[in-house]
Write a protein that binds this ligand. Structure first.
Ligand code: CMC
Length: 390
């Protein structure tokens, strides 16, 4: 009997020096530096440099990296045209995935091991993802995309391209911290999917497009969007116990709770909760936050002993909601930050590559007879199953 680990739970898929999680102590480090320190002292641009190059940049290096990212913020008009051709009702994550795959056609990578190519590919991807997300948010409403501004910081520029307003410094700072918190998280589903693609020596644009597709689902990055829908659906603190009773009673999941690794509250959720409290008072935010706090307290009473506690996606949406960002853009926000971590893993994979090609345990039949077409019949209760109701 061979060992089988559903979902590869607990199976190491790589050796890495990029980040570290202790799920029992609630520790997260990027390149050995705690997430609390980075959130307090770093910027997203500096954190991206740290993840990519395994050290903090010197002042001239950071200035240069920032200048390179700023220079590459613009996207080709053909990428804008592509976004304009997509259905307005389509999910922005699908638009982002399509645009990133298309980017690779404009910047072909002949040798994935070439250091200079890697640097400029990383710069392009980190610089252009926010522009793509903001452009799709505008063109789906019939508005022209807003051209990036070189005089604004990374966080300011994104919020400006989205809202046409330069954000308050405090709001831009909170947004930058959110980007730091989402930039990397060890061997999660999207990173793994990117690594599988990288292990075939596909180029980084294809790798990032794979990772974006995997981030989209509600069990992963899509949870931040689902949390806001859930809080809005609950509607009031009074409704919390009944909602949890109903959902947990039918084995449903409470979005923004639980984690494969953390059995304590996710350290990023602790920082994000604190950031929500730093936001200026707004009735809408207050209501969502009050409901969220009630959900957390009630969940702790009901299933806290199982180690199911708030994860990174539980409080982040409340912050984005306060910034006036549409709910279906929350997961793309996760992607524009996580691209830094994905790229670091992608380059680490190229460095010492071994094709990912796992095995399976076959449970199907053998030596099945081939029934000629004319003689085949479908059992009555199987009718319609092949084509479904579609
Ligand atoms: N609400 C209620 N019960 C839960 C939850 C939850 N959010 N999460 C886990 N459980 C229960 C689950 O029902 C199961 O119970 P039992 O043992 O009685 O059958 C047990 O805990 C183990 O759950 P699992 O789904 O088998 O565990 P996993 O390690 O595969 O799950 C998870 C990890 C993130 C998929 C899961 O916790 C989940 O679905 N959470 C909700 C979605 C979510 O918030 N996702 C974001 C994850 S963190 C950030 C990110 O990656 O983007």
């Amino acid at each position: 009997m061979r060992d089988f680990f559903p979902g590869l739970a607990g199976v190491p898929a790589a050796k890495s020096t990029i980040s570290f999680v202790d799920g029992l102590k609630g520790i997260l480090e990027y390149r050995g530096i705690s997430i609390e320190t980075l959130a307090r002292q770093s910027s997203f641009t500096e954190t991206a440099f740290l993840l990519l190059f395994n050290r903090l940049p010197t002042k001239p290096e950071l200035t240069q990296f920032h200048a390179d990212l700023t220079q590459h913020r613009r996207i080709k008009y053909k990428i804008c045209d592509l976004l304009k051709c997509l259905p307005e009702s389509g999910h922005p994550m699908d638009a982002l995935q399509s645009a990133v795959a298309a980017l690779g056609m404009f910047y072909p990578v002949a040798d994935v091991t070439n250091e200079s190519t890697r640097y400029w590919t990383a710069v392009r991807l980190i610089a252009k993802l926010p522009t793509i997300v903001a452009a799709f948010a505008r063109v789906r409403r019939g508005d022209e995309p807003i051209v990036p501004r070189d005089d604004l910081s990374y966080a300011e520029n994104f919020l400006y391209m989205l809202t046409e307003k330069i954000p308050e410094p405090a709001l831009a700072n909170i947004f930058d911290i959110c980007l730091i918190l989402h930039a990397e998280h060890t061997m999660n589903a999207s990173t793994f999917s990117g690594l599988v693609t990288a292990s075939t020596l596909a180029d980084p644009y294809t790798v990032i497009a794979s990772a974006i597709g995997t981030l989209e689902g509600p069990l992963h990055g899509g949870a931040n969007e689902a949390v806001i829908h859930m809080l809005e659906n609950i509607g009031s603190v009074e409704q919390v116990p009944a909602y949890l009773e109903r959902t947990l009673g039918t084995k449903g999941k409470i979005m923004g709770f639980g984690h494969r690794i953390y059995k304590v509250k996710d350290p990023r959720a602790i920082i994000l909760q604190d950031l929500v409290q730093q936001l200026d008072a707004h009735p809408d935010t207050n209501t969502l936050f009050t409901i969220a706090r009630a959900v957390e307290q009630e969940m702790e009473k009901r299933i806290g002993q199982k180690g199911i506690r708030p994860n990174v996606d539980f409080y982040s949406g409340i912050i984005y909601h306060r910034m006036g960002i549409e709910t279906d853009l929350f997961t793309p926000l996760f992607a524009i930050s996580r691209v830094a971590g994905w790229l670091a893993h992608c380059f680490e994979q190229y460095q010492d590559n071994h094709l990912f090609r796992p095995d399976q345990i076959y449970e199907g039949p053998h030596n099945r007879p081939y029934q000629p077409l004319e003689g085949r019949t479908t059992l009555k209760n199987e009718e319609g199953k092949v084509r479904g109701k579609g």
